[in-house]
Ligand binder design. Sequence first.
Ligand code: PMP
Length: 411
Amino acid sequence: MTDGPLANFAAALEQMTAQGRRRQVQPVYLDGPWLIDAGGQRRLNFGGNDYLGVVADALVSVGQDRGGGTAGEAAGVPGGAAASALVCGWTPHHERLAKAIATAENCEAAVIFPSGYAACSGCVATLCRAGDLILSDELNHASLIDGCRASRAQCLVYPHRDVAAVSEILSQRRSEFNQVWIVTDGVFSMDGDVAPLGELVDLADQHDAQLLVDEAHGTGVLGARGSGLCEAVGLQERIGIRIGTLSKAVGHQGGFVTGPRVVIDYLIQFCRPLIFSTALAPTAAAGACRVIEQMEAWQERRKHLTRLAQHARGRLHNETTLMPCRDWSELESGIPIVPLIVGSDQRAVDLSRRLGEQGYYVPAIRPPTVPEGTARLRLSLSAAHQQEHVDALIDTVIGILKHPMGAKPAS
Ligand code: PMP
């Protein structure tokens, strides 16, 4: 490599440093709801996506799992799949997991990916073909955006949750395309709001379009059976193709697509991230499978999480100016992603640092992850938290907001 690209990379990094946007990976240890940094400091963790507390409570471990008891599984669960799914990486753990997901999701079939990112990007890039149109919400997750970019279909981005814009495009341009796909996150990962699925699926039906939903933050959290937003709003039967991750509420790793058998078979034949990547680690598949099989029974955890989210939103809305003034639906008020929009990058970083000093890890999320001028703290709640944890955090946030320069409150 010449100096050219190296110098370019160095310049880009320097620019990020100058803007205060350069980030680091740092080793951390997890201990229940606590996060311990390399220096040994313990903080209550409000940064992860362990919504049901599977990781925090070490609820599921497969170290000693003997699988389904066949001769091939008796040696225990291999750490790696050693091949892609189509070659010889699809073990009985993958098979059992795919069946468990299809059952939990009320679908004909499911296929497992090495990550949720691969599931989202691969599914969109593969199903949306040349001659098709994709309508994509402007706040969709990067994995869906990358799928749109990799697809041969034309893509139009519509303003966040703007059903009227979707309707207009469909009315005016439907006839130009073979298939039209409306692609959306179910729960939006940086805002904690939800897609207007009812209106979108009505429009899709009206205009012979297909709705594709990423359930990454809904799986395990929403719906009486815990299968996500589509279940919670009673639309599972009308939204036939759904994408999910095993790395958030399921507490493991991997992603999935679930839907009609023909869609799953098509992905298995043509989806590049599935074909050209080693299959998910069998340990992750086996662990995730145990969680999926128990998910329906974890209603108390879901209720606890919903109550925590409602409580946090209520207090933050009433006692601070950081919650955007919006009418949350009852469902939305229980979403465990709570953004505190502070505006400037510096303010978000300062607030996160001061919370860190007082024992709370709440990450600052800055552009380009979120739009310019909307830097925020993103509070992620977990069933492993207690209400006292949440109240203590909010009291600390309020204390910091009252004393922005770091002055100690008068005692
Ligand atoms: N979709 C959404 C909405 C997400 O937030 C994420 C993870 N941040 C993903 C997909 C990707 O999932 P995974 O982490 O399993 O790759």
